[in-house]
Design a protein around this ligand. Structure first.
Ligand code: PLP
Ligand code: COI
Length: 341
């Protein structure tokens, strides 16, 4: 079998069904051995805990074809650990780290024909998720769960690819202090849907959420963390207990410091500081590194000096180095690249 006949360069961030998915079920206190299956549908009770009380969490990572033709994933151990943290916060059983990595390996290998070729601009997005599957009507955790991983080839998350986007400061909050913002719970995304649709209706690409308690500090967007660059080339990223600990952001901070020799700061970022920054970008598995050209706060425009035409120079270097590591033409730090085949 060869690569599927897909117009890799022109796909967006959408769902394309692939041939195999991995499923393991949890019952009577234990996960079963798990298997690859071909059925992309799920048959559940109408009263399944996931439908009634949104007991579900997920992960997102990508498989890449490297320059020398291998298929690899990027730091899947960190996705496994984050999913364990999400599960614990939602009173779900944890799916063991080694089994998570094994499931990713198996499902990507089985769908190898869907992994976009090197240089195509597309990648294979991997979506592990878990949900409470038995009937629950009183508010309590499920007794039975399913862990599942599917894949889908994807292109850029934002339509323009590397073109700077315009975002707005949201009137809605994404996460409360001591809430679930730091884990990848489905509920965080359900409550962001109205906010993102409002942003789109008002002509913006994304929302900037501020901290819910004081609305003075930058948190993140609905699906990515922020990175800022100061006028003297320091990479600054917001620190908060209510944002998702992005694996891309943690990797970028390492790359900035150890590959590019830049100063980095992970600290609370006041909204009032933004006007003084030189560059702004969003980072995440789906977003990769997406430049932000303009931030609009209720009609007040903050235009980043890097402009609306292209990425700022430091953001570009971070993007090139990170994607170079992922695609295998820059040597990766020990343990970052997991070779599938
Ligand atoms: N923040 C949110 C809310 C996200 O959904 C994501 C995506 O996973 C990220 C940040 C970026 O995290 P990562 O770099 O691990 O994909
Ligand atoms: C990811 O980047 O993997 C996410 O889960 C974010 C989502 C907005 C697609």
């Amino acid at each position: 079998m060869g690569k599927k006949n897909i117009d890799w360069a022109n796909i967006g961030f959408g769902y394309i069904k692939t041939d195999y998915r991995y499923v393991s079920n949890y019952k009577n206190g234990a996960w079963d051995e798990g298997a690859l299956i071909t059925d992309d549908t799920i048959n559940l009770s109408e009263c399944a805990c996931v439908f009634q009380y949104a007991q579900t969490c997920f992960e997102g990572l990508k498989a890449y074809t490297t320059e020398d033709g291998h298929i690899v994933t990027f730091r899947p151990d960190l996705n496994a650990e984050r999913m364990m943290d999400s599960a614990a916060r939602l009173e779900m059983p944890q799916f063991p780290k080694e089994r998570f990595i094994d499931a990713i390996t198996k499902v990507v290998a089985a769908n190898a024909d869907y992994v976009p070729p090197y240089g195509s601009g597309a990648t294979l997005y991997i979506r592990p998720f878990m949900f409470g599957s038995d009937a629950i009507i009183g508010v309590k955790p499920a007794n039975e769960y399913q862990f599942r991983v599917f894949t889908t080839p994807v292109g850029p998350y934002f339509k323009g690819g590397a073109k700077p986007i315009t975002i707005c400061v949201s009137d809605y909050d994404r996460a409360a202090p001591h809430g679930t913002g730091h884990v990848k719970a489905g509920l965080n995304y359900a409550m962001s849907l109205h906010a993102i649709m409002e942003a789109h209706r008002n002509g913006f690409d994304e929302n900037m959420y501020l901290d819910a308690a004081t609305r003075t500090h930058v948190e993140e967007t609905g699906g990515a963390n922020f990175i800022f660059v100061t006028k003297d080339n320091t990479v600054v990223t917001p620190k908060s207990d209510s944002i998702l600990p992005s694996i891309t952001r943690r990797s970028i901070l390492y790359v900035a410091e150890h590959y590019l020799g830049l100063k980095t700061e992970e600290r609370p970022v006041a909204f009032d500081e933004i006007k003084d920054f030189a560059e702004c970008g969003l980072c995440g598995t789906a977003a990769v590194v997406s430049p932000v050209g303009k931030i609009v706060d209720h009609g007040r425009e903050i235009c980043l000096p890097s402009g609306m035409e292209k990425m700022g120079p430091v953001t570009q270097k971070l993007y090139d180095t990170l994607t170079g590591i992922q695609m295998g033409h820059i040597e990766a730090p020990e343990g970052w690249i997991h070779v599938i085949k």
